[in-house]
Design a protein around this ligand. Structure first.
Ligand SMILES: [Ca+2]
Length: 455
């Protein structure tokens, strides 16, 4: 049971959007001017995994996307899947939503976020006239894509390794459980679903969220792998297959003559897997940190934007971007109204997408929790030159992502501390959120059950 106050908040949020969430108020003329948006999110893909970033892997299709579009050098996700995805879909930092770690939220009662009080970007886009789809990994946020407002979806619950039947037996298509057969490769099924979706909806604005399976471990041979490949080769094979799927999607958009009407965003959801950081170098150098760390390699990820005729071609920007920015950016592009009464943390980078300077953010914020704990949280705020963490350690970031140097610099410390003071991301804020969320529910305090899977 959810207490009346929470229902009131949810109702207020919904009422604040004309027509209510899920009901489009855009007319046909308005719809025709809205761009399609495709957000491709690779799983555990750091800078060192993409050729155009100086990475040690072959990614010709992604490199081409960047060559014909805009590449950001300083985009920050969170260090692990669930929180990163929740941040990008809600536009709110983890201490606000309560989703700070990668637990498996089995039920809505134990899940910090809830569609009755939290608004995700797909609902906002739908209200603006978009048809929405989610294709790929879900499972680290409670419920499913349908409950969270996607019109159509193909999803599987899991933390990684959704490739072949030996890893995953079933996936879900628009609420229907479907068997993955022995000879079927789930990433290819996902691609076919996407092809059908964009073909079917080519005449109306669509918002497609594509959280790809690749290249999260454990790795199995791809349909293109040679027999006997070792782990490092399999890793490269999986990155190359991911790249091939991106190329196939672009080919579909070309076939449908949709490229000029479609913004394609490609990003990684967190840094490279720790076990593979050694071989995921940038220009031959190893990054400091990897996935699940609070170092630069945990959260600094590839971000590429492509939209022929709108996004400038072949440019690189070093503006700071963080994962809260997608919500406001997509909403602005879609002419969507932002939910009223909800504190959003993002800043739209639409001006940069249009080739203007805009007003880039001065800092990014990154936070991660120890699993199931509301007290052991880690966070930092970072501007272009320095980074301050929850322990008060200040780092000179001039040699990042390779080196982060502990320094003393009082003016910089004060500047960053003032930002943290205003955010107040510590245990008191988190506890308040969790208590508020669970006060009216059966069973009181949430026992955040840790996932048996580490990532
Ligand atoms: Ca991930």
């Amino acid at each position: 049971m959810i207490r009346p106050a929470i229902l009131k908040i949810a109702a207020a949020i919904i009422m604040a959007v004309p027509g209510g969430l899920g009901v489009s108020t855009a007319n046909a003329a308005e719809k025709s001017t809205k761009p399609n948006i495709i957000f491709i999110l690779a799983d555990d893909l750091g800078l060192g995994n993409v050729g155009v970033y100086g990475g040690s892997f072959k990614t010709p299709n992604i490199d081409k996307l960047a060559g014909e579009g805009l590449r950001f050098s300083h985009c920050y996700s969170l260090p692990v899947c669930g929180p990163s995805r929740c941040l990008l879909m809600t536009g709110r930092y983890p201490f606000r939503t309560g989703l700070l770690d990668n637990s498996t939220w089995k039920t809505v009662e134990t899940c910090p976020v809830n569609p009755q009080r939290d608004v995700m970007i797909q609902s906002v886009m739908k209200q603006a006239g978009y048809v929405t789809a989610c294709v790929g990994k879900w499972g680290q946020i409670c419920l499913g894509p349908g409950e969270w407002g996607f019109d159509e979806y193909l999803s599987y619950n899991g933390w990684g390794g959704g490739y072949w039947r030996k890893q995953i037996k079933q996936y879900t298509v628009n609420g229907r459980k479907t068997e993955l057969l022995d000879d079927q490769y789930l990433p290819d099924i996902q691609h076919r679903f996407i092809t059908d979706f964009v073909t079917k909806h080519q005449a109306e604005p669509f918002f497609l969220y594509y959280p790809m399976t690749h290249p999260h471990e454990p790795f199995l041979p791809t349909p293109d792998s040679s027999p006997g490949a070792d782990t490092n080769r399999l890793y490269a094979d999986n990155i190359e297959y991911m790249d091939k799927l991106v190329g196939q999607l672009m080919a579909e958009l070309d076939r449908l003559h949709l490229r000029e009407k479609t913004l394609v965003i490609f990003a990684g959801d967190n840094g490279t897997d720790r076990k593979l950081a050694e071989i995921s170098t940038v220009n031959g150098r190893r990054l400091n940190g990897a996935k699940l760390t609070m170092d630069e390699g945990g959260s600094r990820v590839p971000l590429i934007a492509n939209w022929p005729g709108v996004v400038p071609a072949g440019k690189v920007r070093n503006d700071l971007i963080d994962f809260s920015d997608f919500f406001t950016t997509f909403a602005e592009l879609g002419g969507a109204k932002l939910p009223v009464g909800v504190k959003l943390d993002g800043r739209s980078f639409v001006p940069q997408l249009r080739g203007e300077n805009g007003t880039p953010r001065d800092w990014v914020f990154v936070q991660m929790n120890n699993r199931g704990s509301t007290t052991k949280a880690y966070w930092y705020v970072r501007n272009q030159g320095f980074k301050l963490n929850e322990q008060g350690e200040l780092f000179d970031m001039s040699e990042a992502p390779f080196v982060e140097k502990l320094v003393t610099n009082e003016p910089e410390r004060r500047k960053l501390q003032a930002i943290l003071d205003e955010l107040n991301p510590g245990p008191s804020s988190i506890k308040e959120r969790v208590t508020d969320l669970t006060a009216g529910r059966k069973g009181a305090a949430p026992k955040a059950k840790a996932s048996p899977e580490p990532q």
